[in-house]
Design a binder for this molecule. Structure first.
Ligand SMILES: NC(=O)c1ccc[n+]([C@@H]2O[C@H](COP(=O)([O-])OP(=O)(O)OC[C@H]3O[C@@H](n4cnc5c(N)ncnc54)[C@H](OP(=O)(O)O)[C@@H]3O)[C@@H](O)[C@H]2O)c1
Length: 113
């Protein structure tokens, strides 16, 4: 697993992104973003132009989500099935997050219950 030394890790509880630019090309890896904090943070980043790879226990959670589906269609959102507590699932999703990009800029880790 390659980890960029400049990588940012935002732990759950973050409620605002006042220091992010109005537009970004950040490559984001999101664990625990099917709802609540992680979801809204991911959507905010997608709206700013980021690419977000979601590691999800159930990717079907977004089947009826028009916002996420629009970004899936454009290639900015990638939905990967896996368990955030399973090392090989995380490693596999990490490699997919690196596709088309030299590194992951941000790990959005909001895994909860
Ligand atoms: N909400 C608050 O006010 C608050 C305040 C301070 C801190 N926090 C912390 O911030 C974090 C996020 O809280 P939240 O309320 O936004 O989220 P939440 O409602 O607890 O949702 C948890 C997220 O983690 C995912 N998840 C849980 N176990 C997983 C696993 N094994 N593999 C992959 N995904 C898994 C869930 O996905 P599924 O769809 O698969 O269930 C869901 O997306 C938590 O650690 C929480 O303790 C929350």
């Amino acid at each position: 697993m390659r980890v960029d030394p400049k990588i940012s890790v935002w732990q759950g509880g973050i409620t605002s992104f006042t220091n992010t630019p109005s537009q970004t090309t950040m490559n984001v890896f999101a664990i625990g973003a099917s709802r609540n904090i992680g979801y809204f943070a991911a959507v905010r980043l997608l709206n700013k132009g980021a690419t977000v790879t979601f590691l999800l226990r159930s990717p079907s959670v977004f089947d009826d989500d028009q916002v996420i589906q629009r970004y899936v269609q454009s290639g900015h959102a990638r939905l990967i099935q896996g368990d955030g507590l399973n090392a090989s699932d995380v490693a596999k999703a990490w490699e997919l997050a690196l596709e088309g990009s030299a590194h992951v800029d941000l790990v959005l880790f909001t895994l909860g219950q």
